[in-house]
Ligand binder design. Structure first.
Ligand code: FES
Length: 129
């Protein structure tokens, strides 16, 4: 079935539920923001999948130095590999480092029937839209 306007904001399947371990590696994907393709990721924390733009609130660098590694070694905070900003995994709020008080841009994530989905909403659109 061709993608019509009605599918514009259709949920995008990101990965299997089992692919996201609590406090473990994340799954990267891409979104379109103001006509530009920007990296994003989803991780699991305390049983819940959370998605964010892969852009530090300090300088818009990607957080993961090693692809998919977003958590600190204890699996408690998301950590930027560039200058070490730490973020609460469930809210994206920066709780330590140079951008304390700022936050990652949060994306809508939903999990059902064994899979994790991104629910695109403006200004974060599917890159192929
Ligand atoms: S770019 Fe992330 S802490 Fe500086």
């Amino acid at each position: 079935m061709p993608d019509g306007m009605g599918d514009f904001f259709a949920p995008r399947r990101l990965c299997d539920t089992a692919a996201l371990a609590d406090g473990g590696a994340g799954v990267r994907f891409a979104v379109s923001l103001n006509g530009r393709e920007v990296g994003a990721f989803v991780v699991r924390y305390d049983g819940v999948a959370h998605g964010y733009l892969n852009q530090c609130a300090h300088v818009p660098m990607e957080l993961d130095w090693q692809e998919g590694q977003f958590f600190d070694s204890a699996g408690l905070y998301l950590m930027c590999a560039t200058h070490g900003a730490t973020y609460a995994p469930d809210t994206g709020l920066c709780v330590g480092g140079p951008c304390r008080g700022a936050a990652l841009a949060k994306l809508r994530i939903e999990e059902r029937e064994g899979a994790v989905y991104w629910l695109p909403e403006a200004p974060f659109l599917p890159p192929d839209a």
